[in-house]
Design a protein around this ligand. Structure first.
Ligand SMILES: Cc1cc2nc3c(=O)[nH]c(=O)nc-3n(C[C@H](O)[C@H](O)[C@H](O)COP(=O)(O)O)c2cc1C
Length: 179
């Protein structure tokens, strides 16, 4: 699939077929995501793919209501995790000239990684849903993340069982200034 086609056609998927994702397919998805750019190539992003029913159900159960069903139905759930102490820093030390805090830069790295993961999945015919509606502390506890790590986002994944129409976007003239 061409990059532009993948960017334009990717949709958030909220209904999935029950077909599991093979380990090789999960690896292929993350193989694409690992090429996402990061602050000074510090590569602070990690991926946990949850297919275990008990853990996925426990995470799903604490999500906001409209995400519960999605997590329950999706055959896989990615936790995109950011490792602190790398992004926005120079060998772990603060930079006097950095425009944002290390926490903010880690979220930027995480956002880039999340979208790269979604595009990498879509290219393989797999739909995703980025989710922000869940209690962070509770999900971090369920995932047993170490203190060094923070959760960037949950991303449901699976073969689509729906073909949503594209939600409207703003017109170019409303979002672009060429100065
Ligand atoms: C940071 C972020 C958080 C999101 N959180 C949720 C969520 O919790 N639940 C949900 O159903 N969709 C969520 N979405 C999906 C958006 O609603 C969706 O991307 C948007 O409506 C555009 O649709 P599209 O992805 O099909 O282009 C989230 C998207 C982003 C980027």
């Amino acid at each position: 699939m061409q990059a532009k086609e993948c960017i334009l056609q990717r949709r958030s998927i909220r209904r999935y077929r029950s077909q599991k994702l093979l380990d090789e397919v999960i690896e292929q998805i993350v193989e694409g995501a690992r090429f996402a750019p990061s602050w000074a190539n510090t590569k602070a992003i990690r991926y946990i793919c949850i297919q275990d029913g008990a853990l996925k159900n426990a995470i799903g159960a604490c999500c906001v209501e409209h995400n519960q069903q999605v997590v329950e139905q999706a055959p896989a759930l990615f936790a995109v995790v950011g490792r602190r102490g790398l992004s926005g820093l120079n060998r772990g030390q603060p930079l006097p000239y950095s425009s944002h805090t290390p926490e903010e830069w880690l979220m930027v790295d995480g956002g880039i990684a999340v979208q790269t993961l979604c595009l990498s999945a879509w290219d393989l015919g797999i739909g995703t849903l980025i989710m922000g509606g869940y209690p962070l502390d509770e999900v971090v506890r369920l995932l047993e993340l170490p203190e060094t790590d923070t959760l960037i986002a949950l991303v449901a994944a699976g073969y689509p069982d729906e073909k949503p129409t594209a939600p409207r976007r703003k017109e170019l003239q409303d979002i672009l200034q060429i100065r």
